[in-house]
Design a protein around this ligand. Sequence first.
Ligand code: MG
Length: 244
Amino acid sequence: MVTRRAVIAFGVVVFAAGASAQEPGPFPAPKTEPPIVTAGKTNADAPSDAIVLFNGKDLSRWRAQDGAAAKWNVRDGYVEVAPGSGDISTSDKFGDVQLHIEWATPSVVKGEGQERGNSGVFLMGRYEVQVLDSYDNKTYYHGQAGAVYKQHAPLVNASRKPGEWQTYDIVFHAPRFDEQGKVIDRARVTVLHNGVLIQNNVEIYGITYNDRPALYIAHPADESLRLQDHGNPVRYRNIWIRRL
Ligand code: MG
């Protein structure tokens, strides 16, 4: 005789089996061993599989926007924006990357808001992570240091004082486009500012214009990294990048 209790127990087992059938199955074991990468002593030092884009000595991996030699000023381990000379871009092109870049805004504070220590890291030449002196300097929140410009304010303001070296560690997922040029997978970015998470895998809405809404315009899978000349003598050093 089937007891009421047995029927209930049977039901529970069937329900549990049904629930577990909806879980993802066992994951296949990876077949390739992760490659060995020798990390630097600090994260200022490039890991062994990184491309060093600027080692403090020359701008041989960078070009002005007209393709000529980059005209920013290299001194004593860093490069400084030469105001009016224009943005500089890498000769190498990249898609998904991990980027380490260090920057310092001028120690002599001049200007207010967007006019104080403004530069920018343009992933794929289009998607700006803002560089700005945001230490005791108010501006619109999605325009301060670490913002995805005019799209996402940083989660916190981790800015150091003007003249002090600061770091960005950026993980960037490039957008994907279909054959008609429609975006099918938007760009995403994670940013640590001085080791503090300030952008947590946020979706980028398109090109980070300053004067009109963001939008996507199809582009190649690999593009140059670009640094902005916004008229302020911002400095950079220890720039390395890893293709993902
Ligand atoms: Mg900028």
